[in-house]
Design a protein around this ligand. Structure first.
Ligand code: CA
Length: 519
């Protein structure tokens, strides 16, 4: 955060990064595709391209895992030895952000490279206008016309597999992952289905696959166990070609349920929880849990074990030297369904939880791992967000990133080679709880609340460098800065006919027409 806004790496820095990348890449085994056989839609590349042999990409995203939930980010109670190891062997990013404080829009920013002022899925399904929800099914689909991260990498010649929760379109809709760039998808398609960890079925390439023993409330097969079984198979099946493995796990999202063996570290000799417990009775989509603290810890440790399984499989397949692995979360920790983020300090030192635009709702862990490619044991405070993943992976793989998106490539922050670009600003909007907007510029963070009822709402202002917990609202002392950041909010929100909640809530209540929609 020390360089002026708008700073760009020089051509010499970029060229150096290219040479270093080419040297690293040359050590890896080539993919099966014939040399020089460009895939449809791939960017034209020179003979000196750094990514003639593009790395495999594994992107693991936990669900509702807070900034402070895992060891590398300060957790002291819940055990996460695999993520501890991943961080020791890779780079930990302390200022990485989700796209949104809830699931669907966060995933939309990842898949489109656009922030929530532009991305097609702006909010969870409950916020779609009722008439349209009836017409199109529960989860509003990403349109065919949208080019997704999965499509970008498939165009580059990657095998593309998704294992976990999709949430951006139901089976057969235009948002079906099989119509959005995935060769294979196994798991949950809708958000609400994914609230259950012992479902009666999962989708296997668009068809329902029964999970025997889960009928009538049975707890025979834990969904994420079988999801990771399938994900691991994908690695072995595609070891001879570049692959993109997307693993959107549905843990530790409520309901708070874990397999019996996952509880072991958190039970005493008599089988009782080692934590204080207040049983959760269950409500709505969420099942009951007699030991919610132990169960939550078990879910986070199970998440950790899944990461370990994937890293082990990469080694067993002999591809760890040409694979980049990312681990993050889609939003902050939840207070719903029996979750109790205060017990484990799940937001770490940050203010807020899921559905907040304070840091605890949107700042999430991020670890990048790639032996010989990503520096080991490094900690980076580079500021980036889920919508930067698409252009970053484009640079790392030689794929063609869409024009006009909000994301920027931070590839040098991942490889440790060169200096990564910095954002002029980051923007978030949230359509529930009265409507919220936030902007981060440098270390300044502005948050507007209740913007639907009060289009004139003035932003709160925090100095994250001096006050990372956002305790001191310094808006009154910095009126000009507040005006500037509210102008960013007014500019970055573009209207949406599907998710219109904020369309009348432009900062300052201006009735001026919005700027032209970006492509
Ligand atoms: Ca989530």
């Amino acid at each position: 955060m020390t360089r002026p806004a708008g700073w760009q790496p020089s051509g010499a820095v970029r060229a150096l990064a290219v040479i270093i990348w080419a040297t690293l890449s040359a050590c890896a085994s080539p993919p099966a595709r014939a040399p020089g056989a460009a895939s449809p839609g791939a960017a034209p590349r020179s003979a000196a391209s750094p990514v003639d042999r593009p790395p495999n990409i594994v992107f693991i995203i936990a669900d509702d895992l807070g900034y402070g939930d895992i060891g590398p980010f300060g957790q002291r109670t819940i055990r996460t030895p695999q993520l501890d190891r991943m961080a020791r062997e890779g780079t930990r990013f302390t200022q990485f952000y989700a796209g949104s404080p809830v699931c669907a829009p966060s995933r939309s920013t990842l898949m489109t490279g656009q922030h929530t002022g532009h991305t097609p899925i702006r909010s969870n399904p409950s916020q779609v206008t009722p008439a349209k929800r009836l017409a199109r099914g529960i989860d509003w689909p990403i349109a065919d016309s949208v080019r997704t991260l999965a499509e970008m990498l498939r165009e580059r010649g990657y095998a593309v597999g998704g294992y976990g929760k999709w949430g951006l379109g139901s089976a057969g809709s235009e948002g079906d992952p099989l119509r959005q760039g995935f060769d294979r998808f196994f798991g949950f398609l809708s958000h609400v289905d994914a609230h259950r960890h012992y479902p009666e079925f999962l989708y296997d390439d668009g068809r329902k696959r029964s999970l025997p023993g889960n009928e009538n409330g049975g707890h025979a097969i834990y969904a994420n166990d079988v999801i990771v079984d399938e994900a691991v198979k994908f690695i072995g099946q595609n070891r001879e070609r570049p692959f993109f493995l997307y693993v959107p796990l549905t843990v530790p999202h409520a309901e708070i349920q874990a397999p019996r063996d996952a509880f072991a570290p958190y039970l005493d000799a008599s089988g009782q929880s080692v934590f204080s417990e207040k049983p959760y009775a269950g409500a709505g989509n969420y099942g009951a849990q007699s030991m919610p603290h132990a169960a939550y810890a078990a879910m986070v440790s199970r998440t950790d074990a899944y990461v370990g399984r994937i890293l082990d499989e990469l080694r067993a397949a002999g591809v760890e030297g040409r694979t980049l692995v990312f681990f993050t979360s889609d939003n902050g920790p939840s207070v719903e369904g029996g979750s109790d983020p205060r017990h484990f300090a799940s937001s770490g030192p940050l203010r807020g939880v899921k559905r907040d635009l304070y840091e605890g709702g949107i700042r999430v862990p991020m670890i990048a791992w790639g032996p010989g490619q990503v520096p080991a044991g490094r900690v980076s405070d580079h500021v980036w967000a889920l919508w930067d993943v698409m252009p970053t992976l484009a640079e790392l793989t030689g794929a063609r990133s869409p024009a006009g998106i909000d994301g920027i490539s931070v590839a040098p922050a991942v490889t440790g080679q060169g200096v990564a670009k910095e954002h002029d600003f980051l923007y978030w909007e949230f359509h529930e709880q009265g409507g919220k907007q936030a902007v981060r510029r440098g270390d300044w963070k502005a948050v507007r609340l209740n913007v639907v009822a009060n289009p004139a709402a003035v932003a709160e202002l925090y100095d994250l460098a001096a006050d990372p917990a956002e305790r001191q609202n310094v808006a009154d002392a910095n009126p000009e800065l507040v005006r500037e950041l509210m102008a960013v909010m007014a500019r970055e929100h573009t209207p949406s006919d599907v998710f219109p909640a904020l369309d009348g809530a432009r900062a300052g209540g201006s009735n001026a027409p919005p700027p032209a929609r970006r492509p």
